[in-house]
Design a protein around this ligand. Structure first.
Ligand SMILES: Cc1cc2nc3c(=O)[nH]c(=O)nc-3n(C[C@H](O)[C@H](O)[C@H](O)COP(=O)(O)O)c2cc1C
Length: 183
């Protein structure tokens, strides 16, 4: 059984990226468990808070889930051509204490994907993650790309994918990542 953890970088109830993660769960084949993590409850990183109270419970829980997974699906929105603060903040917490970085991220296979109502499908946000992943020593899976543009036409009001091509591309993307992990 391959165990993936998907993290949506959006807190919105109607988030396209969370919908994309749910669709990836549906697209995962036999022998794959894809759990979804939320970033709700993760406070803003504050070194004083860390020093005083240690890891917040939501961070501790997410870190354990990352440790328990064989690979991460990071489903990233794009804000101002970069990484949304909510998502970067969560990864910053997970990188604390620095002595844990190797255990949590070292060699961890990561697949990036994202959805945007605009025409470029989070391409700049995905690129902006690259130096972060490199710094943490994660292993970016570059065997596929999943950039969902014009998300308003790809998902219906319930967050289901209504574009068969995107559905198929997502299935192939998840399958490619899983095959990589199995090798
Ligand atoms: C502050 C802000 C900046 C944004 N900047 C971009 C951007 O640079 N590129 C883009 O494609 N979409 C941008 N958007 C639109 C987001 O892609 C859109 O809000 C999307 O729905 C966010 O993802 P979500 O649906 O998963 O919450 C921006 C939205 C906000 C709120």
């Amino acid at each position: 059984m391959v165990h993936l953890l998907g993290i949506s970088g959006s807190l919105r109830a109607q988030s396209f990226n969370t919908a994309l993660l749910r669709a990836a769960q549906a697209a995962a084949g036999d022998g794959v468990r894809l759990d979804a993590a939320t970033l709700h409850g993760i406070p803003l990183y504050d070194g004083d808070l860390e020093q005083r109270d240690g890891m917040p419970p939501a961070v501790r829980e997410l870190k354990q889930r990352v440790l328990d997974s064989d690979g991460l699906l990071m489903v990233t929105p794009e804000y101002n051509n970069g990484i949304p603060g909510v998502a970067k903040n969560a990864i910053d917490w997970l990188s604390r204490p620095a002595g844990d970085i190797g255990r949590v991220f070292g060699g961890k296979p990561v697949a990036l994907l994202g959805a945007s109502p605009g025409g470029f499908g989070t391409v700049l946000s995905q690129s902006a993650w690259l130096p972060v992943l490199r710094t943490l020593g994660a292993e970016l899976w570059a065997g596929g790309r999943m950039l969902v543009s014009r998300a308003g036409q790809v998902f219906d009001a319930n967050g289901s994918i209504v574009d068969a091509k995107i559905d198929e591309a997502l299935r192939r993307f998840v399958e490619g990542f899983v095959n990589h992990l199995r090798r």
